[in-house]
Design a protein. Sequence first.
Length: 76
Amino acid sequence: MKPLTVSSELSAVVGSGPMPRSEVVKKLWEYIKKNKLQDATNRRNINADAKLKTVFGGKAVVNMFEMTKLVSKHLS
């Protein structure tokens, strides 16, 4: 996979790029698990903290599938 440029909002969560999309997703999940942001009852939902809210366009809760779509807006 080719390295992509990471936006400043996303780099606050996953670190500075460029990095492949697979690496971005891996680091994003590490961040989510480390900060216990995965919803306890519905494991498909991610409860955003302040850093993730900027990446998720202000949304407080997103599901896994929506998350990949929102993150791709921060990669170029």
